[in-house]
Ligand binder design. Structure first.
Ligand SMILES: [Zn+2]
Length: 119
């Protein structure tokens, strides 16, 4: 099975992001070219997992059968310490401005991203 580098990272308990090898700009989501300089030399790096919550919402209607057992659940948009932004699950009550740390949990034979508050 050929996993996407982001998914493969989560399977190993790592949070990965793309970074430009020419100008060093971190990329949000997976890109084919650097959003800052246009270079196609993008490499995957392991994030520290530390970040800050920019947005949070509670999902009460699952987008698919696979997520139905999880509702209600909290999704957050997090700006990582390295700069890129990622969306992941979060513990209930997680709010905008919270400092969080990335972790994973197993669901339907996959590891999903979940953030927890840092002490
Ligand atoms: Zn670049």
């Amino acid at each position: 099975m050929n996993l996407h580098p982001f998914t493969e990272g989560l399977a190993q308990g790592q949070l990965r992001y793309q970074c430009c090898e020419d100008c060093g700009a971190p990329q949000t989501l997976s890109r084919l070219a650097c959003t800052a300089c246009g270079s196609e030399r993008l490499a995957w790096q392991q994030a520290s997992g530390q970040g800050t919550v920019l947005a949070a919402s509670v999902i009460s209607r699952a987008p698919s059968d696979a997520f139905r057992p999880l509702v209600p659940y909290t999704l957050v948009l997090v700006e990582l310490a390295e700069g890129p932004r990622v969306v992941g699950h979060a513990l209930p009550g997680t709010a905008i401005g919270d400092r969080v740390r990335a972790g994973t949990f197993a669901h339907e034979q996959r590891n999903l991203l979940r953030f927890a508050p840092t002490a």
